[in-house]
Design a protein around this ligand. Sequence first.
Ligand SMILES: [Zn+2]
Length: 178
Amino acid sequence: MTTTGLHYVIDEDDRLVRASDGYFSFARENGWAGVDASIGRSIWDFVAGEQPRNILRILLRRVRDMNREIELPFRCDGPGVRREMDIRLASTPSGRAVLFRARLQNEITREFQPLLDPKARTGGAPIEMCSWCDRFQVAGDWVEVEEAAARLMLFQRADPPPISHNICGDCSETLLAA
Ligand SMILES: [Zn+2]
């Protein structure tokens, strides 16, 4: 997995204006759609879910208005890997642009998880995933993907459920305290 020099910059209008080679390789390896045409586009085209968008908006406002730097742990799991990362958001000296710098802390290979496979054909009612810690909500509990798959009996199903993006209570607290 490519995670060296994973950074990108958004301008004052939240458009992606620059990204490192590491960002493009990482995005391609993770099957992010449309990554090769992403320069010049709004980051809001890539952030799914009302809550994740609200939280990111708050963080960006803090970084810009208070000229702060925020560093937070987050997860960026793939279908066969659990990936613990951290990300730093910093305003640039010129003002309203924001630099995002992500760093891999720990990567653990695991059983393939169809819930996280971007190429999977999905069906049935959607399942909520926290955009920040990559846990899933099953019957009111936020659980790791392995437990979600077991509780949903995913391996006996033809199609995994589609994912809708949210922020869990724990992450919402952490992020708003940042
Ligand atoms: Zn979470």
